[in-house]
Design a protein around this ligand. Structure first.
Ligand SMILES: Nc1ncnc2c1ncn2[C@@H]1O[C@H](COP(=O)(O)OP(=O)(O)OP(=O)(O)O)[C@@H](O)[C@H]1O
Ligand SMILES: Cc1cn([C@H]2C[C@H](O)[C@@H](COP(=O)(O)O)O2)c(=O)[nH]c1=O
Length: 217
């Protein structure tokens, strides 16, 4: 029977470079001879992507209640775990996921103000003990991240989604919540200084991955 794969997540606020670096992390792991499944949240499955569209809708017809937002995140996650993440880990593949439950604690907890104890109830119910083996937290000041996001939106002719339309204090609360979680679980988190050039960020990522993969073997 093959050994269970490892579960790696990338986290951080808007525009810090998660999507840019998911492929880098996956390619680095593949170069070590590992099977890698790349995915994202909310989403990652057909139903999860439909829920994502509801959650990110830039111009919803009516406001989305914060509890409904929280439950939709976990509904998408339950489907994602059952259909994609758990089968991949069970056959020995490594899963690289752009956001997971730390995002819920940061956005719905820090940003929206939902008590972390309530989020933890859903985390236990849906994940039944599963949590990432390594979380790469890309951290940088929110002002610089916003500038990057603006460049991306302009270059790709995209519009701000429902979360990206939030105000500066929301993004500060999200960043603070992420950093608090990293402090609570230093053995799982690696905080990457994301304000540097892409080359420097990827050097930090490579060093972190190399140390972890060696330790796990
Ligand atoms: N280290 C870097 N230096 C300069 N620009 C960067 C760096 N990393 C990413 N970028 C650019 O910043 C923009 C945002 O990056 P990216 O889309 O990867 O962020 P993200 O964290 O996935 O954002 P979101 O959460 O909003 O989807 C992109 O245009 C990307 O090319
Ligand atoms: C998993 C998760 C995500 N979110 C938010 C964070 C982002 O604003 C969007 C996803 O968009 P991205 O371009 O892929 O970053 O969803 C959240 O609020 N809670 C969560 O659990």
């Amino acid at each position: 029977m093959s050994k269970r794969g490892r579960f790696i997540t990338l986290e951080g606020g808007e525009g810090v470079g998660k999507s840019t670096n998911v492929g880098f992390v996956a390619e680095w792991l593949e170069a070590q001879g590992l099977e890698v499944v790349c995915t994202r949240e909310p989403g990652g499955t057909e139903r999860g992507e439909a829920i994502r569209a509801l959650l990110l809708d830039p111009a919803p017809q009516e406001p989305l209640h914060v509890d409904a937002e929280l439950l939709l995140m976990f509904a998408a996650r339950a489907q994602h775990l059952a259909e994609k993440i758990l089968p991949a880990l069970a056959r020995g593949a490594w899963v690289v996921c752009d956001r997971f439950t730390d995002a819920t604690f940061a956005y719905q907890g820090g940003g929206r103000g939902i008590a972390k104890e309530r989020i933890a109830v859903l985390e236990n119910f849906v994940q039944q003990g599963l949590s990432p083996d390594l979380t790469l937290l890309l951290d940088m000041p929110k002002e610089a991240a916003k500038q990057r996001l603006e460049v991306r939106l302009r270059d790709r002719h995209e519009q701000l989604d429902r979360f990206e339309q939030e105000q500066a204090d929301f993004f500060q609360a999200v960043r603070d919540a992420y950093l608090a979680r990293a402090e609570e679980a230093p053995e799982r988190f690696a905080v990457i200084e994301a304000q540097h050039s892409l080359e420097e960020v990827q050097t930090q990522l490579r060093k972190t991955l190399s140390a972890r993969v060696t330790a796990w073997r």
